[in-house]
Design a protein around this ligand. Structure first.
Ligand code: HGY
Ligand code: MN
Ligand code: MN
Length: 407
């Protein structure tokens, strides 16, 4: 099995990789995305799987009829800019390798089996994460998705149409959802819990509530060299005070909160900016703490904006409630992966995943593969080959059990 995984991994690795940084730029509806889709379709087709693209742009590969009660696995292939190579792709490659392993063991699934590749999981180009899975479940409207724009003002609808799909067909897909009996996503752990446990594979029990908020600070552009300090309405000042407030609020509420993306205009060294736009990413184990962080940041930002004669708007771009995956499913997988007497660890995570979106409609959970450094969304993200192979073995056991595969 390891040679299959390694060959698949080697075939995917060069796609979208920046030779300078070693990071990945795999954004939806770009030429790299087209290469990734072609790669997946080719590998699935080589395994006798029927490949289709659904109305929202998600890719599906079916082993057997796309009938009811299917066991579905998979993940995503898009990345954050300069992201790691494992976040998403590890789940897709492991799924293909697990299909091979079932074959090698002579095990034939007795339920339909599918691999799905969800589009725009990161929200890195169009700003709203888990877009493909949320369109599928109806958690976001097609109208809202069609109008999303990238930093060049290209809409999702335009980009999707340029890739050959009809954006007018987008929307919830209850018929497709009704065919799914269970969904299991394998993913690199974005953290170090498994490293601390000393276990190569774990099972996800909980995804924290989390969200994204867009803060717009609007002041008055002016000359950097001739405008007296007393006469300035500089949006950079309340922005800077807000960044410090974000860290204070996270520490105060035992949460995590980040401003990792900023845009400003006119963005030139000899002008006081007119506008600063910043995105807040906030997450916490419980929703009350998350809401407290966001409220604290909003209060601090409004106070600082008023002090500097700057206006502020705060828009919630996305919000994901806490998801506890079904206990019985989690324990069943933990025993399959680790053994009845030494079940695999059950983990919670602050990272968002398509499995957590699917969980609103079907039984779903995740397998996590150990990440020795815990680093993710960065070129240094990695998992050891032995742990990747352990992930494939674990996924194979899970798929064999869930599909009631027999020799
Ligand atoms: O941002 C996240 O939580 C995920 O890695 N997309
Ligand atoms: Mn990610
Ligand atoms: Mn991911």
């Amino acid at each position: 099995m390891s040679d299959t995984f390694d060959r698949l991994w080697a075939g995917l690795a060069p796609l979208g990789r920046d030779r300078t940084t070693g990071g990945y730029r795999r954004l939806s509806w770009t030429p790299v995305d087209a290469e990734l889709r072609a790669w997946f379709a080719g590998e699935a087709d080589a395994r006798g799987m029927t490949v289709e693209t659904d109305r929202n742009g998600n890719l599906w590969a079916w082993l057997g009829e796309p009938g009811p009660d299917a066991v579905v696995t998979g993940s995503h292939l898009d990345s954050v800019p300069n992201g790691g190579g494992f976040d998403g792709p590890l789940g897709v490659v492991s799924a293909l390798a697990a299909v091979d392993e079932l074959n090698r063991r002579g095990l034939r699934p007795r339920r339909p089996l599918a691999i799905v590749v969800f589009v725009e999981e990161e929200g890195a180009r169009f700003g709203v994460p888990r877009l493909g899975s949320r369109l599928l479940t109806g958690a976001i409207t097609a109208d809202r998705a069609r109008g999303l724009t990238d930093s060049d003002g290209v809409t999702w609808a335009r980009a999707m149409a340029d890739a050959g799909l009809d954006p007018d067909r987008m929307g919830a897909d209850p018929d497709r959802l009704s065919r799914i009996g269970v969904f299991v996503e394998l993913h690199i752990e974005q953290g170090r819990s498994l490293a601390r446990h000393g276990a190569p594979v774990g099972v996800a029990a909980t995804v924290w509530p989390h969200g994204r908020w867009r803060l717009d600070f609007s002041g008055q552009a002016d000359h950097a060299g001739t405008t007296r300090i007393a006469d300035r309405n500089d949006p950079m000042l309340p922005f800077a005070e807000t960044v410090a407030a974000v860290r204070r609020a996270a520490v105060e509420h035992d949460a995590v909160a980040t401003i990792g993306r900023v845009w400003l205009s006119p963005n030139t060294s000899n002008s006081i900016p007119s506008r600063v736009r910043a995105w807040l990413d906030a997450r916490a184990p419980q929703e009350a703490a998350l809401r407290a962080v966001v409220a604290g940041v909003d209060t601090a930002a409004r106070l600082a904006a008023a002090q500097h004669g700057v206006s502020l708007s705060n828009f919630q771009e996305s919000f994901f409630p806490r998801v506890d995956f079904p206990r019985d499913l989690c324990h069943r997988l933990a025993a399959l992966v680790g053994g009845e007497d030494t079940p695999a660890p059950l983990l919670s995570t602050g990272a968002g995943h398509d499995a957590a979106i699917l969980a609103s409609a079907v039984p779903a959970t995740m397998l996590f593969v150990r990440n020795p450094t815990g680093i993710s969304h960065a070129p240094e993200e990695r998992a050891d080959p032995a742990d990747c192979h352990a992930g494939v073995t674990a996924l194979t056991e899970v798929l064999a059990d869930l599909t009631d595969a027999k020799s």
